[in-house]
Design a protein around this ligand. Sequence first.
Ligand code: SF4
Length: 163
Amino acid sequence: MRYNKIRKMDISNGPGIRISIFVQGCTFNCKNCFNPETHDFNSGEKFTKDTINSILELCSKEYISGLSILGGEPLHPKNIQEVTLLAKEFKQKYPNKTLWVWSGFEFEMLKNKEILNYIDVLVDGQYVDDLHNPKLKWCGSSNQRVIDVIKSLKNDKIILLEE
Ligand code: SF4
């Protein structure tokens, strides 16, 4: 896997001050995508064990609320294995910090994926330009859902995050 950038202090993608990583590679090609530079799977930097270690180290700061994983498409078959490893190691090390993931794949399509066990909040669905709404806090278009994954798995139905 490759990644586009890591932000060491992100206040726009999830609550509090967060570490965020934008992975490289997406095939959805949503109209007016806000991150076209992340579409190419071959661009950006190589994601290695050292990358995981440095992200985990950045997350150790007390003022960091959690980790956000965006793209690109973190859950594309070419990326999901390494993103799952990152998610697992993050949650093992910081069970009280939150993991937020943005994906064009819908929750229903991800049901049997291991990564769901580590995610607190999944913002799902592709960006639909005709449904763009600038008032939405964590997503770009009204078809996208901000899902409380822990509650959804427990209740076997989609439960949106209460804020
Ligand atoms: S899923 Fe996200 S990164 Fe991929 S094209 Fe759509 S908006 Fe862009």
